[in-house]
Design a protein around this ligand. Structure first.
Ligand SMILES: [Zn+2]
Length: 410
């Protein structure tokens, strides 16, 4: 029977402390209806936070994660829903402990901002950001940022590596992260899996490393290495983890994120953690490139962001996974927009044109009614949201899972 509005109360199976923080995940099931051409919408309110979620009409089951203080949770969760919703239940409640010092491992310049820009701006004095690749990949001379600037791909690639690695080190200072806490390793874009599996990328592919590292305020053991081998990269990561001693690492989720460089970055960090004298307590897994990007990002700016569901997982590699969600205020969402706007790759006009044509091919016309950032890169729509979603695992479980299932992550 369809629901118009309801209040979910906790059953006796949940023991909740009034003063602790939790992430509650609500499961929403939808039914086929004559109105199925309209996307179902739910509003979930817990305490002072209210989330608007647009659900994808081609999926029957959706998850929405929302944070709450225990006493707000005990008071009940109010859900208002469109007629296309059949059942709503509390799927899980995860306790949210303090994160401590954060270190974000970003495979490319802009991944940290997309997946965790809101979280890092709210904790800017306690954050370090390590970007692995220079983001120098350019397949066609017509794709360079300034048309006609360079005449060949080698020069255009160097130009791209320069501005994107500069972005990765300096853009976070826009929201208060010190430049001295951001580094770029200058690894060649698209070669991270080669490095993670012990193969050596061609010398030519690594030619921008010195330019990229020239922006770093800290030196690393691999600064003078000509080619970024597995050993040199893991040594640099290990050095940075021991230098900044994070309590929590933010990595790309190798179970959900399908980009090879993203999965490779998590493998490299797992190898570094095996060697480190410092071990962070927790790993927060985030994702940028989901298996089904359209199904994962319904709605528009200021709506609730992506929450993983069973359908998004490739397999069950990690033990004792908990959900963790960070909520952004209106002001934080607007500041995140400035972060994304400062990233050259996301404001590149040719990319916008490419995304327009992709929208037509995929019959996805959200850009037409997306009033905030509708004229921008499609990633503005996907990530300029009220929530940032992470899956939390203990570092030991993360390392064990990578060790056991390494071939499946490659
Ligand atoms: Zn990336």
């Amino acid at each position: 029977m369809p629901l118009a509005a309801t209040v979910l109360h906790l059953g006796s199976q949940h023991s909740i402390s009034a003063d602790r923080f939790y992430t509650v995940t609500v499961e929403v099931r939808t039914v086929r209806s004559l109105l199925r051409f309209l996307p179902p919408t739910v509003h979930i309110k817990v305490g002072g936070v209210e989330l608007r979620s647009v659900l994808h009409r081609r999926r029957a089951c959706h998850n929405v994660a929302i944070p709450a203080v225990g006493r707000e949770l005990i008071a009940g969760i109010t859900v208002s829903a469109s007629v296309a919703v059949q059942t709503i239940r509390i799927l899980r409640i995860d306790q949210k402990d303090s994160l401590g010092a954060l270190m974000i491992l970003s495979p490319h310049p802009d991944d940290a901002e997309l997946a965790a820009g809101g979280l890092y701006m709210d904790r800017c004095r306690d954050v370090s950001i390590v970007t692995l690749s220079s983001g120098d990949r350019i397949d066609n001379i017509s794709s360079q940022y300034v048309r006609g600037l360079d005449k060949n791909l080698v020069d255009a690639s160097a130009r791209k590596a320069t501005i994107r690695s500069w972005n990765s080190v300096h853009t976070p200072s826009l929201v208060g992260v010190p430049v001295s806490r951001c580094v770029n390793l200058g690894l060649p874009d698209s070669y991270l899996m080669q490095i993670a599996t012990g193969k050596v990328p061609p010398v030519a592919a690594s030619r921008h490393k010195a330019i990229c590292r020239s922006f770093n305020a800290v030196s690393m053991p691999g600064d003078d290495a000509k080619v970024p081998t597995h050993g040199a990269t893991v040594g640099d990561l290990c050095h940075l983890i021991e230098l900044w001693r994070p309590a929590t690492l933010i990595l790309m989720d190798p179970e959900i994120d399908v980009h090879r460089d993203h999965r490779a970055s998590s493998l490299l960090v797992a190898d570094a953690l095996e060697r480190c004298s410092h071990r962070p307590e927790t790993v927060l897994l985030c994702s940028v490139h989901h298996r089904n990007r359209l199904l994962s990002h319904p709605g528009r700016a200021f709506d609730a962001g992506y929450t993983a569901s069973e359908a998004d997982r490739n397999d069950r590699f990690f033990a004792e996974v908990e959900n963790y969600v960070h909520v952004l205020s209106d002001e934080s969402i607007k500041r995140k927009a400035l972060l994304l706007e400062s990233m050259c790759e996301l404001t590149h006009r040719r990319m916008r044109a490419a995304n327009f044509f992709l929208s037509i091919i995929r019959l996805d016309f959200r850009f037409l009614w997306n009033s905030v950032g509708g004229d921008r890169h499609i990633y503005y729509n996907r990530f300029l949201r009220r929530t940032e979603f992470f899956r939390s695992v203990k570092t030991k479980h993360f390392i064990d899972a990578v060790r056991c299932h390494r071939s499946k992550f490659q």
